[in-house]
Ligand binder design. Structure first.
Ligand SMILES: [Zn+2]
Length: 486
């Protein structure tokens, strides 16, 4: 089988197995329902490691093992807030602390709230935010098919607290980085920098951010009482879980399939990222039992702690540094369970061309479109520039309704979508592992990961502190590539 040729018989068998077995759906349901919430360092995360190890063996993967990852343990505690008008009318706000926010103290804080729609507006306030609670309330995130809208919205979540603290604020509230449904807050990661006071930070529901906007516009003093009691409980041992389909000729050359095993604590991490874990586990199962092993090894890596610091991705890149030149491709699935629509290639036109040929058999279910992408996934980000990368593009229409909320639960998984994703990833992974030639390297100048603390420069409130996931590389400031928190 040549790179582009595609072995039609094998591709059809891979697709047939994914569609008839429905295994990806079952695995995602088990991880989401059976294991449950699995924030890093929690008993759920430990259960997830044990579950994944056992499942990989049951699926017939080889060399199944765990690799040590040190992770922070952050415990959410309570979150309560009310908005109080000049007339003394009080309303409850619905919110969730961002991880790893510091607490407000047991009695909470009461302060005037000042609303800004951008980092520029915050800057323009000058001393006007001093002693206040800053609400970052950018325009509503639109439903869409790319990460662009999320990239814009999430920058406030990632570095809003630092920007607000620099302006003298006592706490930061962020309009949830989500499309908004049912008054649910979207939690997520935020970052402090050591040179700036750490102030508490929480995400308000889209509805409550709008409520404050209307009350503020009506005029009069507006205060918020905020109580957050999270705590950071040190670092603990956890693990990445790894399993392989050994190659038939070049066992030491690797096609890496990644997803993340941890989740946020509010829901059960069904779309983020039980779906991705299940899709790659099933793709590997199928590739390993299709009848002929691919030329190279397919390695499944379930990364720990993508959500709050990317510990597993960094640990893998470090531990396998000497072996990265043997990684011929890395593909991460971390965009939910939506139907696959195609591929994002990072290695320029030659990579697009190769992926287009490998994806040709997926045209029957609309997953053969290939675009040039700028990034391929958070956990594989630390290998950027050293390993050629690609991403599976999925329908994201409803993803950001549930992402990082209490409603990220297994009922959002669709059996057919899950099967189609497993089929698409199985065909691509097998094709990359079996091709004679290898995927061209992603140009280092374009490296952008989806997660990680932004570089110091990005914490000074520029409008584009963190560019949208698909923003052109040229738009990013010089220095280490800023990251979009996924
Ligand atoms: Zn994720």
């Amino acid at each position: 089988m040549g790179a582009g040729g595609g072995d039609g018989a094998i591709s059809s068998r891979l697709v047939g197995m994914a569609l008839s077995d429905g295994r990806a759906f079952q695995l995602a349901q088990q991880l989401s329902d059976g294991v449950g919430p699995r924030p890093s360092g929690s008993p759920g995360a430990a259960r997830a490691v044990a579950w994944a190890t056992e499942q990989m063996k049951a699926l017939g993967l080889k060399n199944v093992h765990t690799e040590l990852v040190r992770v922070p343990r952050w415990i959410r505690g309570e979150a309560e807030a009310q908005v109080v008008t000049a007339a003394g009318n009080k309303q409850e706000l619905h919110l969730a602390a961002l991880g790893p926010s510091v607490p407000t103290g047991p009695d909470g804080i009461v302060a005037d709230v000042v609303e800004v729609a951008s980092f520029d507006e915050l800057k323009a306030l000058g001393d006007g935010a001093r002693g206040k609670i800053v609400l970052f309330n950018p325009r509503t995130m639109q439903r869409g098919r790319s990460f662009e809208e999320y990239g814009r919205a999430v920058s406030f979540r990632a570095v809003g607290a630092v920007a607000a603290a620099k302006a003298g604020a006592v706490a930061a509230l962020i309009r949830s980085a989500g499309t908004g449904a049912y008054r649910l807050p979207h939690t997520g990661a935020m970052f402090y920098d050591d040179a700036t006071p750490k102030i508490p930070a929480a995400a308000l529901t889209v509805e409550d951010a709008d409520l404050i906007h209307r009350l503020a516009r009506a005029g009069g003093r507006l205060r918020v009482r905020l109580k957050l009691t999270p705590r950071l409980d040190g670092e603990v041992d956890s693990a990445n879980v790894i399993g392989e389909v050994p190659g038939r000729e070049k066992k030491d050359e690797i096609v890496l399939l990644g997803a993340h095993l941890d989740s946020w604590d509010l829901g059960t991490g069904a779309v983020d990222d039980a779906a991705g874990c299940a899709i790659i586990m099933d793709a590997a199962r199928i590739a390993g039992s299709v009848g002929r092993a691919p030329r190279r090894t397919i390695r499944v890596v379930l990364f720990m702690n993508e959500e709050m610091g990317l510990s597993g991705g960094k640990a893998y890149a470090q531990k396998h540094a000497a072996e990265l030149s043997k990684h011929v491709a890395a593909l991460e699935v971390d965009s939910g369970e939506g139907r696959p629509t195609g591929w994002g290639a990072i290695g320029g036109p030659a990579a697009v061309e190769m992926i287009r040929k490998l994806a040709a058999p997926l045209e029957t279910f609309g997953a053969s479109k290939v675009i040039e992408a700028q990034e391929a996934g958070a956990d594989i980000g630390p290998m950027a520039g050293k390993v050629p990368m690609l991403s599976v593009e999925q329908d994201l229409t409803s993803y950001f309704d549930w992402h990082h909320t209490a409603a990220d639960t297994a009922d959002k998984l669709d059996p057919m979508d899950m099967a189609l994703n497993a089929a698409a990833v199985a065909v691509m992974a097998y094709g990359l592992a079996d091709a004679v030639e290898t995927l061209p390297m992603s140009p280092p100048s374009k490296r952008v990961g989806r997660v990680g603390p932004p570089p110091p420069a990005a914490t000074v409130p520029p409008a584009a502190a963190i560019p949208a996931a698909s923003a052109p590389a040229a738009a990013t400031p010089a220095g280490p590539a800023p990251a979009v928190v996924k």
